[in-house]
Design a protein around this ligand. Sequence first.
Ligand code: SAH
Ligand code: SF4
Length: 462
Amino acid sequence: MNVYDSDRMADILAPLGYEPTEQVGQADMVILNTCHIREKAAEKVYSELGRMRSLKANRKADGQDMILAVAGCVAQAEGEEMLRRAPYVDMVVGPQSYHRLPELIAQLSRQGNHVLDTDFPVDSKFDHLPRNDRASGPAAFLSVQEGCDRFCTFCVVPYTRGAEFSRPVDHIVAEAQDLRDGGVREITLLGQNVNAFHGLGPDGKDWGLGRLIRELARIEGIERLRYTTSHPRDMDDALIEAHAEVAELMPYLHLPVQSGSDGILTAMNRRHSADDYRRIVDRLRRAVPDIALSSDFIVGFPGESDQDFADTLRLVTEMNYAQAYSFKYSARPGTPAAVLDNQVPEAVKSERLAMLQELLNAQQMAFNQACIGRTLPVLLERRGRDDNQLVGRSPYMQAVHLSLPAVARQRMMGTIQPVVISAAHPNSLSGRVALDAAAFDGGGGTVGPNPASVNGTLGGSA
Ligand code: SAH
Ligand code: SF4
């Protein structure tokens, strides 16, 4: 979501004459868009600010100015405190106020002092942002929902992003059409708790995520849809049915469980049991047998015993994840779990994280290896590290690398191609464009005309 938000900040500043630069030392304005989810992320902001401070001083020595702004959830959480700790920061702006950046810049130039905006305005920022039609590739993000009312006891999101809010369906559809007009083929719908989506539909009723997905799938040219991040409690029937019936909805789901222990899940206020999660996954797999499942895990939540952790390992073994993210519990100021007195020692957390990651990595590798020999539709999104490479995504969210001659690279960029998978790596696959498009066997996404027949020989694995 921060990637999406940063792009929108660039959009809103464009009419003022700002444009993005890679040369940070020469920038008139630097915005750090920050994350507060774990301590490490939040601390990084201050070390980065130290670096910006000297760049700002260098510019000053050259007689030029640099506005230094901090946006995002660290800005929201720290507010005034940030200006005390880093007084050279000019602007602190929370995630619900960034549509006010032009106003804040004007205010700053008027008063020449710090400006701070960490309100949760009544009117949504989405009503004030310019249209999002600046597609930067064939795959794009689209925020449909923000904030969260679930209050898991470890999590800062409800405090930094604020209350749950869903955008109206017609605004989302218009944004998706604009993205399509800009060449986007795949859209990932975003929200902190995206399947809690309940946006106002054109019929005056609240629409859930399943219904929204069906509507977006009807837009000509949008070939792939994904969404993230979901809460197990909000996986309703309509959404599971959409997985079974909407071809554009990719067979991949990031559905965080956090822990396999019912005691820990209760202490986390997740409001579902490990068995509830098993049942949801079971229904999803009946709807989409090849669905690639992903999750988040927290190890070392306060009070987590060896048995609790063993329950997590057991759940992981049963679920067989295609990929996952795992973290050591990080106490976040202001959250209920941070003040519990049964905190788990750091060394135990590290040991558990290593064990969990070993299991998850093995599952991911096995999932990737099982793709060897299959022909998967791959949306080619960007150039690879090597000049002759293109990188795309499989329906299952794996990065796929291909080596191609220049003509083919140009022709295929931004299209979905059938790719024969020839090798599996821990975090990616490699392959070559299928010479026989009929061999295609992957779920989701149509396969475009096969330029292989036009160009003769193509491919070679990356
Ligand atoms: N809304 C999503 C998750 C949003 S935060 C959900 O409900 O699952 C992304 C991930 O960060 C979480 O799934 C969790 O695994 C991790 N996370 C959040 N707070 C954390 C904390 N205090 N310590 C460690 N990991 C945390
Ligand atoms: Fe945080 Fe997700 Fe829980 Fe909301 S549902 S409080 S975003 S972990």
